[in-house]
Design a binder for this molecule. Structure first.
Ligand code: TXA
Ligand code: MG
Length: 532
């Protein structure tokens, strides 16, 4: 299908769009929140096409758009007086209100529900099209399902060109995130999705308001979504998105410590420190953040970055909507770099006795973050497993369980494979490590000790206030490894030689612990223990 590219300034654009809509076609229209993919809401067959074009799960209901209040009556069972109060203050505008639906609403609009969501957009072009069509318009955001919502006609074209009848370019969407969704069917009313109208603005009119837990949290397994659109992952570019909390200083340090080229999605004026960056709005201005968020997320893919680290937005007012969307595009992955406990990095060659030193630190009130354990935990994460399957083949999963031996066989066969495995698992190990550091603080530990053989090859090194290397002479290490792992001298030597030389550790560490068995370890650790 050839998609007609119209412009809202063209004389005939509105009438052409209205004709297409009346005859059961699909038109992407500009609204003040995001672009919508519209069809006649009273024509079930037309509405079906929306789901097909977007690849949208068909249990996800659509919003019905109107251009004046009189259009509401036939669409609902009865009009709740609170709707008029909300409408008086916030319509036309970025607010969607859910009521019990009438029989006029076809099943396709809100499958399996007895309710319908209604909104009157403030964008002149959108309302003109509704008026001209003479029918209410069902319209979800005009993106391919799962992708960031479109705030420009170019975004719509990127996702849907050739799949819809027309798109009307009406400039950039002003708000930039989708409307606030509130249901009046529950008592008190419930905020299902934050957006351009803030919770405080709703409370002003409604008095009481519940906030659905899905606004902040991911659904538990098997939990029914009050608003099916608030699924686990959504609004996501192809790149992996991680939200970074904390100061800009920490953000910068952490990003510059990454081994691959990542995209910094930061605030105005901050980008110059990074090789690849996109700025989304001003630091203390949630409106500007909302306005440019989705465009920025799309830009990440256009830049060809595999990973993006996004500065955490404010979560008040309209910022709640920005935070809510980002949480989903990041599949709830957040790293909080506002660390409130001293962090010690512990490293050393195999056989140097790092574990013994860790045990002493533990006895003395430190919490150990064992990255070997976390490396095993990392491959339990479904998202990591999905990435591993993509890289190494679906058959590394056997009867629903990851076959670690097979994965190792395939990954370690080549240097390239080993690097790919690290690129997938290391970010998750880092995230889990930071999570444990926060837990260490909460449990009252004196310090968190990151135990990592290759600490200096990891961004975790940048979190350490102090680094400690454990050293031992070659003979002693050889003996220890043979005994510990029950292997021959040759095999032990092979392992030792595969590791970086002693200088690699000693040059980079603040403190060197000699663990030949001759010196008292605790005494050597006194500097570490006294300082923390
Ligand atoms: O700003 C917006 O609302 C944009 C523009 C185009 O108006 N539209 C939009 O539509 O964001 P969509 O389909 O991407 O999101 C609609 C949200 C979904 O989370 C959906 O689950 C929820 O509203 N929704 C729609 N009808 C509902 C209903 N009857 N009950 C509960 N949730 C409903
Ligand atoms: Mg959407």
């Amino acid at each position: 299908m050839k998609t007609l590219h119209l412009n809202s300034n063209d004389k005939n654009a509105i009438t052409t769009a209205a004709e297409i809509l009346r005859s059961g076609g699909l038109v992407a229209i500009p609204t003040e929140t995001v672009y919508g993919l519209a069809a006649n809401a009273l024509d079930g067959e037309a509405v079906k096409k929306i789901f097909e074009a977007k690849g949208r799960p068909n249990d996800n209901p659509l919003i019905v758009h109107i251009s004046s209040l009189e259009e509401i009556n036939p669409l609902v069972e009865s009009v709740d007086p609170r709707l008029y109060k909300l409408a008086e203050k916030y319509w036309p505008g970025p607010l969607t209100i859910i009521l019990k639906k009438s029989d006029l609403i076809p099943d396709e609009v809100s499958p399996n529900l007895d309710t319908v969501a209604i909104r009157m957009p403030s964008h002149e072009c959108a309302r003109a099209i509704i008026r001209e069509s003479g029918v209410p318009l069902a319209a979800p955001s005009a993106n391919a399902s799962g992708k960031p919502s479109p705030t420009k006609a170019a975004h719509v074209i990127e996702d849907l060109d050739g799949k819809i009848d027309a798109v009307i370019d009406g400039g950039e969407s002003d708000v930039g995130v989708e409307s606030t969704v509130v249901t009046l069917v529950t008592d008190p009313p419930t905020l299902l999705r934050p957006g351009g109208i803030t919770p405080d603005q709703l409370v002003d009119v409604l008095g009481e308001l519940n906030i659905s837990s899905a606004v902040y949290e991911k659904l538990k397994d098997g939990e029914q979504a009050q608003s099916p659109g608030m699924k686990y992952k959504h609004y996501a570019p192809s790149a992996q998105v991680t939200i970074i909390r904390g100061s800009f200083e920490n953000y910068k340090k952490f990003l510059l410590a990454q081994k691959d080229t990542v995209c910094a999605v930061c605030f105005e004026g901050e980008g110059k420190h990074f090789e690849k960056y996109i700025e989304y709005g001003k630091k203390n201005d949630e409106f500007s953040q909302a306005h440019s968020l989705f465009d920025a997320l799309r830009e990440v893919d256009a830049m060809g970055c595999k990973r993006a680290f996004v500065r955490c937005p404010m979560s008040e007012g309209v910022g709640l909507a920005v935070y809510n969307r980002l949480l989903r595009s990041a599949a709830f992955r957040i790293i909080d770099l506002d660390i409130k406990i001293p962090v010690i990095g512990l490293t050393g060659q195999t056989g140097s006795g790092k574990t013994t030193v860790a045990a002493i630190l533990k006895e003395n009130g430190c919490a150990i973050v064992d990255t070997d354990i976390l490396a095993r935990k990392a491959v339990e994460n479904p998202e990591v497993i999905a990435m591993l399957c993509k890289e190494f083949g679906d058959d590394i999963i056997e009867n629903g369980v990851l076959n670690r031996r097979e994965l190792a066989r395939r990954a370690f066969a080549t240097k390239e494979g080993t690097e790919k495995l690290s690129a997938i698992t290391h970010p998750e190990i880092t995230r889990l490590s930071v999570e444990l550091i926060h837990k260490a603080y909460e449990s009252g530990a004196k310090a968190a000790v990151i135990d990592a053989a290759l600490l200096f090859d990891s961004p975790l090194a940048c979190l350490c206030d102090k680094t400690v290397s454990v050293c031992a002479s070659e003979n002693i290490r050889l003996e220890r490894i043979m005994k510990r792992d029950g292997i021959s001298e040759n095999d032990a030597l092979l392992r030792m030689n595969a590791q970086p030389p002693a200088e690699y550790y000693t040059e980079k560490s603040d403190i060197i612990i000699n663990n030949d068995g001759t010196n008292d370890l605790k005494e050597q650790l006194s500097e570490v223990l006294n300082d923390t």
